[in-house]
Design a protein around this ligand. Structure first.
Ligand SMILES: C[S@@+](CC[C@H](N)C(=O)[O-])C[C@H]1O[C@@H](n2cnc3c(N)ncnc32)[C@H](O)[C@@H]1O
Length: 275
């Protein structure tokens, strides 16, 4: 196949602007590093610009996963202010539950909230520093995590309104935590931590770029890396357990890291001891 010459900076900028202007992404302020990475990668694989653009759009749809759900962010900001202003911890918890319910990944964990994190810490010990990688709405589970008030919890996501809401939540709740608007595949967080949570995203990383997970896992400077994968399809009709276990075995092949597995109703968590 005849390859096109490398895509010019001008073309990259034109495509970035076009992707950002799309209705479903307009408000998300997706990181330029993400869009640039996808455009460069796909333009090296196809030689028809229309095919490249379609491939980038398809990947972006899979990465941003709008079908997993979102709250209306301005309304959520107002409701969160009111919950904290009430001075009633139960009102704050109810607000958090509504945020967890707004996204499919966290909604599934609601029935397990009281045990889920406790079971993780039984393996890792109670962490003092946590990275929540591709966090989605998970930081709103903090009230159920049983962590000391001093725990530093850094949350990373591509979605600007989500990260802004999370940062306001940390501020109002007095948590010593911070959200970062960042593509963690292009720029893995360089900070050290006791535990990294990388939940329900490893299979998508592999779809974005086959073989992406292992270098990413290696780059993380954490003692424990907890990777989860969903074991039922979004419709709940297919059991993905064997397939997901096989995927993790393939990703970790040849590594000497110790791995312990926890099985929840909808999710397998692989607890990888890196050091
Ligand atoms: C399937 S959800 C999982 C959310 C959360 N980890 C959980 O299990 O509840 C995936 C999240 O990862 C984010 N995401 C996907 N790729 C990312 C990347 N390269 N860097 C940062 N965030 C990413 C998406 O915006 C979305 O919020």
């Amino acid at each position: 196949m005849n390859k096109l010459p490398p895509i010019s900076e001008e073309e990259i900028q034109t495509w970035i602007a076009k992707l950002r202007a799309m209705r479903k992404y307009r408000l998300l302020d997706l990181p330029e590093t993400l869009l640039r990475d996808l455009i460069i990668e796909e333009s090296a694989r196809h030689n028809n610009p229309n095919v490249v653009f379609q491939a980038v759009r398809q990947k972006l749809h899979n990465i941003v996963a709008p079908y997993l759900g979102d709250p209306d962010y301005p309304t959520a900001q107002t409701a969160m202010q009111a919950a904290f202003a009430s001075g009633n911890p139960q009102a704050v918890r109810e607000f958090c539950l509504s945020m967890l319910a707004s996204h499919a990944s966290t909604r599934e964990r609601i029935p397990l909230l009281d045990e889920f994190y406790n079971r993780l810490w039984q393996i890792t010990g109670l962490p003092q520093t946590i990275l929540d990688l591709a966090c989605g709405m998970q930081p709103f589970a903090l009230p159920w995590m049983g962590l000391p008030a001093t725990t530093r919890y850094d949350a990373y996501d591509l979605h600007r309104p989500r990260i802004e809401l999370i940062n306001r939540f940390f501020e109002l709740g007095g948590y010593p935590c911070r959200g970062y608007h960042q593509d963690i595949l292009v720029t893995p967080p360089p900070v050290e931590a006791d535990v990294a949570l990388f939940f329900k995203e490893a299979h998508r990383f592999e779809q974005r770029r086959r073989g992406a997970c292992l270098p990413f896992f290696r780059a993380l400077r954490v003692r424990w890396l907890l990777v989860s994968l969903p074991i039922s399809s979004l419709t709940g009709t297919r059991n993905l357990e064997d397939r997901q276990r096989h995927l993790m075995e393939t990703i970790l092949a040849g590594q000497s890291w110790q791995v312990k597995e926890i099985r929840f109703e909808n999710e397998l968590v692989f607890c990888i001891q890196k050091t």
